[in-house]
Design a protein around this ligand. Structure first.
Ligand code: NI
Length: 139
């Protein structure tokens, strides 16, 4: 490890409180700084992964309210537009309003990222994340 540099971060109080809860759950050996370092390392690994030239497989997980305007149609259209890259999708009706969708996408990191950004960036998607993995061919 190199020289430690301090920097300050502005964060919403509620978000910080939730982050502290998360840090506390990981035990007394972990403090805020260590937890932030872990997050930064994860992000750097992800970025490196996304720069790889080989084929990757991504799972896009998202939660949305199917009552929100024409959101379901929009998400469906996006998937049909990229049908050759969408391997599979699973839809779970979480409760009366909320749906969970998990979509498996295959392609270069750029293609997978573009499809994931399109889906996750659709107005009304409450939460979502792309998790990338690989067949190993590009490693
Ligand atoms: Ni549903």
């Amino acid at each position: 490890m190199g020289i430690l540099t301090r920097f300050s971060v502005a964060m919403d109080e509620e978000l910080l409180a939730r982050f502290d809860d998360l840090v506390a759950r990981r035990g007394s050996a972990v403090n805020r700084s260590e937890a932030v370092r872990d997050l930064v390392r994860d992000a750097l690994v992800d970025a490196e992964w996304e720069d790889s030239a080989g084929e990757i497989v991504g799972t896009v997980t998202m939660v949305f309210d199917h009552h929100a305007s024409d959101l379901s149609d929009k998400l469906d259209s996006l998937q049909h537009a990229h049908h050759e890259r969408i391997v599979s999708s699973m839809h779970v009706h979480l409760d009366a309003h909320n749906c969970l969708e998990v979509i498996v996408v295959r392609g270069t990191s750029e293609q997978v990222r573009a499809i994931a950004d399109g889906l996750l960036g659709t107005k009304g998607v409450k939460h979502g994340k792309l998790v990338s993995t690989t067949t190993g061919k590009g490693l």
